[in-house]
Design a protein around this ligand. Structure first.
Ligand code: OVV
Length: 408
């Protein structure tokens, strides 16, 4: 029997005992204010069936963690978006680290892991701190700023491509490519089509940056090409891993830093607490912002076999949307989850995933977050809203469109 496709994956009936919820998680109102959706999702059960897309959704901590942790039952190789790569041609050649399972995954990830090791990032961190201090002095002199452009985009697009060794970075193209990558994991809706329309001007530029000749000899990129020289991976694979860095390393930290600023403006007493101990608290403050305002809200996994989660029967080929943002506010895991509290122990949050696919760039992402929050805490006495913040709809990323701030 031929497989019926709905929304680029196998047609799936609701499993027994699962609540059927007629919701659109990709409605712009949900994407720009997801909190009521998160609460309703967790209230309805460990897994919920959404007929509109014929998918399951998990929003409780326990089930979300179980699915993300078990890469053998819940595959990444069939895509971490709504489209099943076994049935549909992906929009770009699949990532050889994100959209792949062990053992290939293990081999490729090891190359990136070495290039982004703690000792590498420790050397970069001093530069990050100096750049953050310079940037904060600049924005302080301006007084009122639009902080998405002036800090959240400006900082990562400056320090990250330099760390990779991109000789001629283009901040706009890097940010816009991130928007394509993260919108691509949703359904083929208007939002996705709008950003994808720009693929012809952005994708070739990104691919060009992944060539050895475009990279400095002392960056993270060069370390990855050294693995090709050593015969560990091919030249083409090295280029694909550079593409992964550029795909996953910009939009994520832009979102994380922007959201952290929003959290601190929203909770002035937390910023004052951060100021009391910038060195010790900038790490925990960034971590709590990741929990509270999770940048990658959700990725899919695909059931590679018939299986069960919390006694719910899941059919092979089922797409499961794992809502990390909802799991990170589960009261069963985090006490008083709706409080932004940089003094809490936010460890165990799922913002950077869990298991073999957990964020491979997390050390560098955290170093960027600490640098910018530390510099703000050292130099700024107050962060206030200078206008209404706006959220930008995105199929998987919680991202600000604009954040008017007054820094003093
Ligand atoms: C974690 C992540 C997000 C987006 C893209 C990639 C990875 C990639 O490998 O391309």
């Amino acid at each position: 029997m031929a497989t019926t496709l709905v929304h680029q994956h196998k047609s799936i009936a609701p499993p027994k005992g699962v609540e059927v919820w007629d919701v659109d998680p990709y409605d712009e109102a949900v994407l720009t204010n997801p909190l009521p959706f998160f609460d309703a999702l967790r209230a309805k059960g460990g897994l919920v069936y959404v007929p509109r897309y014929e998918i399951l959704i998990s929003g409780r901590y326990e089930e979300t963690r179980e699915i993300f942790y078990d890469h053998a039952r819940f595959l990444s190789s069939r895509g971490v978006g709504m489209a099943d790569f076994k049935l549909e041609e992906p929009w770009r050649p699949p990532s050889i680290v994100l959209e792949v399972d062990p053992p290939e995954h293990t081999h490729n990830r090891r190359v990136i892991m070495r290039a982004l090791s703690p000792s590498v990032v420790r050397k970069l961190e001093q530069d990050f701190v100096e750049d953050a201090e310079r940037l904060v002095d600049e924005v302080l002199a301006q007084g009122e700023i639009e902080a998405v452009a002036a800090i959240a985009e400006a900082f990562p697009t400056h320090v990250f491509p330099r760390a990779v060794g991109i000789k001629q970075p283009d901040a706009r193209k890097l940010v816009d490519y991130g928007a394509m990558v993260f919108n691509a994991v949703g359904p083929d809706n208007e939002l996705r089509q709008r950003v994808m329309a720009r693929a012809p001007e952005i994708v070739p530029w990104i691919n060009e940056q992944c060539d050895r000749s475009r990279l400095t000899e002392d960056g993270i990129g060069a370390t990855i090409f050294a693995a090709a020289d050593a015969g560990e991976i091919g030249e083409a694979e090295a280029g694909m891993l550079i593409r992964s860095l550029l795909s996953a390393g910009v939009d994520t930290t832009v979102s994380g830093i922007g959201s952290a600023l929003w959290c601190l403006a929203q909770h002035p007493e937390q910023f004052q607490y951060l100021r009391s101990e910038p060195t010790n608290l900038s790490g925990p403050a960034f971590e709590e912002a990741l929990r509270f305002c999770t940048p990658v809200q959700a990725f899919f996994r695909t059931a590679g076999q018939d299986t069960t989660v919390s006694d719910i029967e899941i059919e092979e080929g089922t797409k499961i949307l794992c809502v990390l943002g909802a799991a990170n506010r589960d009261p069963a895991k985090f006490e008083n989850p709706e409080a932004f509290d940089i003094g809490r122990d936010a460890r165990g949050h799922l913002a950077l995933g869990v298991g073999v696919h957990s964020c491979v760039g997390q050390i560098i992402a955290r170093a960027e977050g600490r640098a910018i929050l530390g510099a703000l805490a050292e130099r700024v006495s107050r962060i206030e809203f200078a206008g209404e913040p706006k959220w930008r709809p995105n199929n998987s990323m919680r991202a600000l469109e604009s954040l008017p701030l007054k820094l003093s």
